[in-house]
Design a protein around this ligand. Structure first.
Ligand SMILES: Cc1ncc(COP(=O)(O)O)c(C=O)c1O
Length: 376
């Protein structure tokens, strides 16, 4: 069966390495290998001594242990280290679904979360649970979810902190979701790629891995830690039978992680607190700049401040953000992303707050708007 174009990745393939002023990245500012090793109390010599053989297919034991330690009640046996975070979405769709099953997926969403479910279960089996604007926030209605469930629903796919809206559940809401999944005997695939990026004033909640034994968790080092070049991701799977099936699928996709990635991922987990704190403060600083920017452009943008994560979903009163973004990339060297490719509206854009040059990029966008007097 064919698969839909992965529009977000095609968009970044076109523009990520050719535009200077990017306002839509979901990852946080990265660091060099030497900086990372220094933060972790290590040095380049240690990396240089590593031998380049295969690594263990479930993940090196020390890495599985360091990952399990992030959670409250996860054993290293429940960890499956991946060849890349996005691989985990593919493996989960393969292991959890079969043709004819029904799935509920939150939208807008990172494309793979929807497209891979459609690929395996069939497009008619995938039901979209939409984020709705509710005052100054984005919300998901649990009653709406109940209305989407049928006896054939096998899986619920969610993502918290959410890319792109910045939605983050309260503890009570998270418990209700776990209860609902248990009542309907659903597996829950919870993408926690942005875990730990909780903004000041937002009460943190545990990983769904620590709340529901029905949950399969995806996480990794790309976003919160700002290390997408390590391609380090993992699944947390408490059911040993399902864990075994996912491990089997992984033998067909990446087999094992590269040695340098394992070494540096262990260093990143030792430096986790420093990396996370730096990225949260960078995001919070950029959010205050965004508050000021949107204050000045009321009427043109519809701004809902995210509660967590590195992104926001912003209404933009133009006929097509897709058309405008191609024009801005070509003529102004500025990159904005339409939410249309995430299953949202083409009159919305995703903004990303994790990068150091956000202020400069926003300033250039602001000056371009002023030159056009807001007529875009
Ligand atoms: C919600 C979500 N899940 C998974 C991924 C995949 O991460 P990676 O690109 O590091 O494989 C992304 C990347 O943007 C994402 O936003």
């Amino acid at each position: 069966m064919d698969i839909a174009p992965f529009e977000t990745e095609h968009f970044f393939a076109r523009h990520e390495f050719t535009t200077d002023w990017q306002l839509c990245n979901s990852d946080c500012e990265t660091v060099s290998i030497a900086e990372l090793l220094e933060m972790a109390g290590d040095s380049l010599e240690g990396l240089g001594r590593e031998r380049l053989g295969y690594t263990q297919t479930a993940g090196e034991p020390a890495l599985r242990q360091a990952i399990a330690d992030i959670y409250q009640q996860v054993s290293p046996d429940s960890v499956l280290v991946l060849g890349s975070p996005v691989e985990g979405i593919y493996l989960a769709a393969r292991a959890l679904l079969k043709p004819g099953d029904e799935v509920v997926v939150t939208v807008p969403a990172y494309d793979a979360l929807v497209n891979l479910c459609e690929h395996v279960a069939g497009p008619e089996g995938v039901h979209r649970w939409r984020f709705r604007a509710s005052g100054s926030r984005w919300a998901l209605d649990l009653d709406e979810l109940r209305g989407l469930l049928t006896p054939k629903t096998r899986l619920l796919v969610v993502n918290f902190p959410h890319n792109p809206t910045g939605f983050y559940p309260s503890r009570e809401w998270q418990d209700q979701l776990a209860l609902l999944a248990a009542e309907h005997e659903l597996a829950v695939f919870c993408d926690e790629m942005y875990s730990g990026l909780v903004h000041s004033g937002t009460p943190p909640v545990p990983s769904l891995a620590d709340v529901s034994d029905r949950a399969v968790i995806l996480s990794g080092l790309s976003k919160t830690h700002g290390l997408p070049g390590l391609r380090c991701g993992w699944l947390i799977v408490n059911d040993p039978v399902l864990w075994g099936r996912l491990h089997n699928w992984k033998h067909y996709t990446s087999i094992c992680s590269p040695v340098p990635s394992v070494y540096l991922s262990l260093a990143a987990l030792r430096a986790r607190d420093t990396l996370c704190a730096r990225n949260i403060s960078r995001i919070e600083h950029n959010l205050t700049l965004a508050d000021r920017f949107f204050e000045q452009w009321q009427g043109l943008f519809d701004w809902r401040r995210p509660l967590a994560g590195s992104t926001a979903l912003v209404g933009f009163d133009v006929p097509s953000v897709s058309a405008l973004s191609e024009r801005l990339a070509r003529d102004q060297n500025i990159l904005i992303q339409s939410a249309a490719m995430l299953g949202g509206s083409d009159r919305e854009m995703r903004l990303g707050f994790g990068r150091d040059n956000f202020q400069e990029a926003l300033g250039r966008f602001d000056r371009w708007l002023r030159r056009n007097e807001g007529r875009v």
